[in-house]
Ligand binder design. Structure first.
Ligand code: ADP
Ligand code: ZN
Length: 598
């Protein structure tokens, strides 16, 4: 939320402003010098009274202008002769002389002259002022010294609360404690509990991270200070750090309050990569941020939320205990979440009675909250263009196609085939995971892309397994291979999406052979790869590893073949709803003799 006077404007905006004001100043300077030049360049020649009188005596005077004490005579050659004549008598004499010779005489009121004088005064002031303004802009953009970080509440969007953020219930729940703390810090002081002051919000763009933070501040009734991490990036060393210091000084004045740092990765990247001054400044900026966070004590009622879609590139010092030590992930919403988000944004729209938001939600897998807001907005525009009273299906379809065309370039949308293949793959994991005796319970399955994975099947270990039995490891391998098995059996194809599964399965199998002694080779230990081993031994380890993999692959294929109907139900559910929880999974497999309940 860039507000015009705060220093929250981005670098490019600042550069533009600089260029603009310099241009403006140039125009003013050039213009005024032109005017001044015009005034004094004109043929007007300053002379004294006797010279003027002599001209009047001669025949060359063609006109006289009297303007207060200034008398100007025009001569036949067009030049202007001007003298200041303070004595009334002397003026009389000259006027008399010319009047007798029928030279036209004009008396001008003094006012315009006054105006001109005033203008002469004003001009330098204007020039000075604009020069000063430019200087100030340059100075502040370099040193950032005008720096009040205005609470973002002051720009009108303050009425966002949790009801306006939909489909992110987990994130909301995780923020509840923070809100409690901001609302009534004394309670937490008494209980002695440690409240996380730094929260990292990670997730794809447009999923409502900013919105959530803003709503949290609003729910707690505290000011919301919003800055972008990129606004701390400066060419000059120390400037970003000074800005961080000011931000926190401001926050301490406003406390209790919530600071939101968007794109925190811009200033929180790993330190010490480059030797140039820009990265040196960045290091200083990050250090300053760490200093500020470490300076929080029991009495500080400030919560800092940093938002990023690249948590992996953050400097580890940033996520250490006492700093940004809690991470809240905000993921793309599933079909129910999307419906809820659409519900929020459809509040002010006139929808045709037959238009079902669930229908829109089903047709927009992979859309972020921002995409959905955009979709409804585009649909409303299409409706206006049609002179329609209300938004209908065709408007929505039109809007969706428009957004998809844009989105395809970004490559985050899967087409129907890909979604189907992903659903089958994940269903394979689920089927095998449910069939094996020793696996971890399956908690959730989803075909929403996360990170680089197209889908996920989440298993939650019931407890930390200290002892990993051979059967457990074998079941893990089978479950990992379940995805590929389903592709082979049900789609008669293979996708590259299984490569990570296979890598992990082979890794487990290899350790079973080379470290745990769980193969016909008996108790061998290979140790580090760089240790010398005979090629023959290595070959045998590879062979034993492959035997394990192949055995488990056959087992997975068998399970998949057996569970085809249940898998089909699961696939259908996934296509429709993106994500299924344990209960819904169990429903799909209800007719089967499921060994383990999730
Ligand atoms: P992020 O900070 O994650 O990039 P924003 O919070 O800036 O995303 O979201 C941009 C806009 O998209 C919001 O102002 C809101 O209109 C819409 N939006 C995003 N997520 C949601 C959501 N979960 N519920 C309602 N609206 C959302
Ligand atoms: Zn997989």
């Amino acid at each position: 939320m860039p507000s015009p006077i705060s220093k929250l404007t981005s670098n490019s905006q600042r550069v533009r402003l600089l260029v603009l004001s310099s241009l403006l100043a140039l125009v003013v300077v050039a213009g005024s010098s032109f005017v001044i030049y015009q005034r004094y360049r004109s043929t007007t020649q300053r002379i004294n009274y006797s010279q003027l009188y002599r001209i009047a005596e001669g025949a060359s005077a063609t006109s006289l202008v009297v303007e207060g004490e200034t008398m100007t005579v025009r001569t036949t050659d067009g030049s202007l002769m001007q003298a200041t004549v303070t004595s009334g008598a002397a003026q009389e004499g000259l006027i008399e002389l010319l009047r007798k010779r029928n030279v036209p005489i004009e008396f001008r009121a003094l006012q315009p002259g006054l105006l001109a004088t005033a203008f002469n005064w004003l001009l330098p002031i204007i020039i000075l002022a604009s020069l000063g303004f430019i200087g100030w802009r340059v100075y502040t953009s370099v040193s950032g010294r005008d720096g009040t970080f205005k609470p973002a509440d002051s720009n009108g969007k303050q009425n966002v609360n949790f009801a306006d953020v939909a489909g992110v219930d987990e994130a909301k729940a995780e923020l509840a404690e923070t809100i409690e703390f901001l609302r009534d810090p004394s309670r937490f002081g008494r209980l002695g509990g440690r409240i996380p002051r730094g929260i990292l919000m990670s997730g794809p763009p447009g999923t409502g991270k900013t919105l959530l933070a803003r709503a949290a501040a609003n729910e707690a009734g505290v000011p919301f200070l919003s800055v972008s991490g990129s606004s701390f990036q400066e060419k000059f060393a120390g400037v970003g750090a000074a800005r961080v210091r000011r931000l926190f000084a401001q926050a301490r004045k406003l406390s209790p309050c919530l600071i939101f740092i968007d794109e925190i990765d811009a200033l929180g990247r790993q330190r010490g990569r480059g030797g140039d001054s820009a990265s040196a400044d960045q290091d200083q900026t990050l250090n300053q941020l760490l200093v500020e966070l470490d300076g929080f004590d029991q009495t500080t009622t400030i919560v800092v939320i940093g938002s990023t879609n690249r948590p992996d590139i953050l400097d580890q010092a940033l996520t250490r205990a006492g700093r940004f030590d809690r991470e809240i992930t905000v993921n793309l919403a599933d079909v129910r979440g999307r419906e809820a988000i659409l519900d929020v944004h459809a509040r002010e729209l006139q929808l045709e009675p037959g238009l079902d938001l669930r229908w829109i939600a089903r047709g927009t897998p992979g859309f972020s909250g921002a995409d959905l807001a955009h979709l409804l907005n585009e649909a409303a525009i299409a409706a206006v263009r049609d002179n329609s009273e209300a938004v209908n299906r065709s408007h929505v379809e039109y809007a969706r196609d428009r957004i998809l065309m844009g989105a395809e370039r970004q490559g985050f949308m899967m087409d129907e085939d890909e979604r189907y293949a992903t659903a089958v793959h994940e269903a394979g994991h689920v089927a095998v995971g449910l069939a094996v005796q020793n696996g971890d319970p399956i908690h959730k399955v989803s075909i929403l892309p996360r990170g680089r994975a197209l889908g996920v099947t989440q298993q939650l270990p019931e407890r930390d397994r200290l002892m990993k039995k051979r059967e457990y490891l074998e079941d893990q391998i089978a479950t990992l291979l379940g995805g590929r098995a389903a592709e082979q059996v049900l789609l008669s194809t293979m996708t590259a999406g299984a490569s990570n599964d296979i890598e992990r399965a082979v890794e487990i199998a290899r350790r079973m052979v080379s470290e745990f002694g769980m193969s016909p080779l008996g108790p061998i230990h290979l140790g580090k790869p760089e240790d010398p081993h005979s090629q023959a031994l290595l070959d045998r380890v590879e062979e034993a590893t492959h035997t394990i993999i192949n055995t488990q692959m056959d087992r997975a294929c068998e399970v998949v073949r057996d569970a085809q109907e249940s898998i089909a139900r699961l696939v259908e559910g996934l296509i429709e709803r993106d994500t299924l929880d344990a209960d819904e999974i169990r429903e799909c497999f209800a007719d089967r003799n499921v060994v383990q309940a999730a």
